[in-house]
Structure formats: structure tokens, C-alpha cells
Design a protein around this ligand. Structure first.
Ligand code: HMG
Ligand code: MG
Length: 309
């Protein structure tokens, strides 16, 4: 076990979280959420997507969001880009970083971005070239690394191949997505080991949805392989509109609580993060889904400050 000392958290709530809301969330709420996340110490905050508004109407105001947030020094606000048209919009918005997104499953690729895996990689090549000409950093995602809602099992070789191709094409990092949150720790480590045969650990991030409640266990198991970049969504928001039934990412506050308990540096103010989780959950008309926010609420309700039980 070689746990990293320091972990970078990529906050995906404003994108992965809000892309899946049944009701459109206002630009005001999105801007406020991003500012609160930066106040809590997050330094990478995925701010939206330049995808087709017919496919994902929830992200149609991404240019407005980017125009209104405060763009603090030391904080990056990446956006998802599926093709040249998305990159044009990202360039016009002045972004410093984008993410292209592929899948390890053919069926999911077709449903999510309407093309095969190889076609998607061909589409990304000019996106990467133009981004690099302009000094825009490019991250890559691989979806369905532990299972696909349409195809079922996904061979590890397919995950490793797509991850390695994205790195070879010039992505600085590849984020491995358990899109439907079906993975367990042993499956997650086996998948990671297959990728690490082809991609150095410094180029790997993990993106676990928590549908089956396994995300923290999966992360803990994979941290032992030295991965030091983790994606999470405040309040456990979200899912993917093209993976029905899948729930949100691991909640950022649950992740930070665990990492702090392991003595790892995150640079995040947990109290402010919990307050942000409560705030966005209320704005969306629900109570916070994360364990930590619920536990903290229970504690603060107890007359002795000890919480029930
Ligand atoms: P398509 O229909 O094949 O595209 O969709 P097209 O090129 O034929 O264009 C169709 C229309 O879309 C045209 O408009 C284009 O101009 C427009 P029309 O002539 O009909 O008025 N269009 C665009 N508009 C704005 N921005 C663009 C853009 N591109 C085309 N960039 C496409 C292909 C990729 C566009 C579509 O499938 C799409 O937008 N998909 C996005 C799906 C998505 O955002 N999914 C969620 C994110 S992925 C995820 O959540 C997983 C992740 O979290 C990791 C994990 O958990 O595994 C990252
Ligand atoms: Mg996701």
C-alpha cells in the first residue's frame, strides 16, 4: 500500500451533478454554487459542458455561467467538449481547460455521443490539436470502466486501450468513470491495474458514482495504488442523462472526511463544504444526500450537541 500524501479533488457537481436535474437549474444558482465551492477551497471546479443543448438542455447556459463566475487565481474551471463546435464555444468563453469524454463501451458511446469509440477518438484529435495550439489543457474521461447500462460487462482490455489512447493523443490525465456505480473494490483495483500497465499513475484520476454505495470503498482500495486525483460532487449530486438510474458521484464532503481521517492533505474546509452541500440541496428542493452532511445535521439538532444515538 502506497497511499499518496496529498490528493487533488476535481469537483464535478456543477457539471455532472446539475446535468442530471429534471428541472432546469438557474444560472444564478450555478454561479453561486461555483463561488461557494471555491470559498471551501476546491481548486478544480468543472463548470459545465459545451454539448448539444438538444441532448443536454441542463448545460445550455454554460457560457453565461463562465461569464459570471469570478475566475479566481489558482482555481481552474474546466468544461466538457465533445467536438470542434464545443471547442469553438469553449475558446470563445476563454477557458483554460477542457475535458473530452470517451467510453470503454461501444453501446454507451453511441447513446451518449452518437458515435463509435473510434469515431469519438478521431473527433477528439483536432480538438486536442487546436486546444494545445492555444495552451488549453485537455483532460480525458473514459466512461463505463466497471460496467455499462446497455452492454453489461466491459472488458478490462477495452478500458486500458481507450485510457492509453487518450493519453497518447495528448490528454494530461485520464479520469476513469464508473458511470453507473456498480464497481466493488476488487473489481476497481483490477480495472486500475489493467490501466496502470499502460498509463503512469500520475496520469490517472478516478470518477466513481455511488449508485451501489461502493464509491468510498473503491476509492480507498485504489488509493493504495497511488492514485492522487479524485472526482467528486458536492452533496453527491447527479448522474448521467444517458445512464438512467445511476446516482451521483461520491459526495465531496464524504470523500474529504475520509481523506482527512487518513491524514491526507486536501486544502478543503470541510465545514464550508458541508454548508455548501446543505445550501445547494435546499436550492434543489431536497435534503443533502451525503452521509457527512446528514450526520452533521443530526449532531447540530441534538440538545447536547452529541447527536441522537
Ligand atoms: P449529434 O446529433 O450526432 O451531432 O450529437 P451533430 O453533429 O449531428 O449535430 C446535431 C445538432 O447539434 C446540430 O444542431 C449541431 O449544430 C448541434 P442543429 O443543426 O440540429 O440545430 N451541436 C452542438 N451544439 C452545441 N454544442 C456542441 C454541438 N455539437 C453539435 N458541441 C453530440 C453529437 C456529441 C453533439 C451529442 O451527442 C451530445 O451533445 N452529447 C453530449 C452528451 C452528454 O453531455 N452526456 C453527459 C456527459 S458524459 C458523462 O456524464 C460521463 C462522465 O461524467 C464520466 C462518467 O461518469 O463515466 C464524464
Ligand atoms: Mg460522471
Amino acid at each position: 500500500m502506497q497511499f499518496p500524501n496529498k490528493v487533488r479533488i476535481v469537483e464535478v457537481g456543477p457539471r455532472d451533478g446539475l446535468q442530471n436535474e429534471a428541472n432546469l437549474v438557474s444560472t444564478d444558482v450555478k454561479v453561486d454554487l461555483i463561488e461557494r465551492l471555491a470559498d471551501a477551497g476546491l481548486t478544480t471546479i468543472e463548470a459545465g459542458s459545451f454539448v448539444s443543448p438538444k441532448w443536454v438542455p441542463q448545460m445550455a447556459d454554460t457560457a453565461d455561467v463562465l461569464a459570471r463566475i469570478s475566475h479566481r487565481p489558482g482555481v481552474t474551471y474546466p468544461v466538457l467538449v465533445p467536438n470542434d463546435k464545443g471547442l469553438d464555444a469553449a475558446i470563445a468563453a476563454g477557458v483554460a481547460e477542457i475535458a473530452v469524454f470517451a467510453a470503454a463501451s461501444e453501446a454507451f458511446s453511441k447513446k451518449n455521443i452518437n458515435c463509435s469509440i473510434d469515431e469519438s477518438l478521431q473527433r477528439f484529435a483536432p480538438v486536442l490539436a487546436r486546444s494545445h495550439e492555444r495552451g488549453i489543457r485537455v483532460r480525458g474521461y473514459v466512461s463505463c470502466v466497471l460496467g455499462c447500462p446497455y452492454q453489461g460487462d466491459v472488458p478490462l482490455a477495452d478500458v486500458a486501450r481507450v485510457a492509453a489512447q487518450l493519453i497518447d493523443m495528448g490528454c494530461y490525465e485520464v479520469s476513469l468513470g464508473d458511470t453507473i456505480g456498480v464497481g466493488t473494490p476488487s473489481a476497481a483495483v483490477a480495472m486500475l491495474d489493467a490501466v496502470l500497465e499502460r498509463v503512469p499513475v500520475e496520469g490517472v484520476a478516478l470518477h466513481f458514482h455511488d449508485t451501489y454505495g461502493q464509491a468510498l470503498a473503491n476509492i480507498h482500495a485504489c488509493l493504495g495504488r497511488g492514485v492522487a486525483v479524485l472526482d467528486a460532487a458536492v452533496g453527491g449530486l447527479g448522474g448521467c442523462p444517458y445512464a438512467k438510474g445511476a446516482t451521483g458521484n461520491v459526495a465531496t464532503e464524504d470523500l474529504v472526511y475520509m481523506l482527512q481521517g487518513m491524514g491526507m492533505e486536501t486544502g478543503i474546509d470541510l465545514d464550508r463544504l458541508i454548508a455548501t452541500s446543505v445550501h445547494i440541496s435546499r436550492a434543489l428542493g431536497r435534503s443533502p444526500q451525503s452521509h457527512v452532511a446528514r450526520a452533521r445535521a443530526a449532531f447540530s439538532l441534538s440538545p447536547e450537541g452529541r447527536g441522537p444515538g
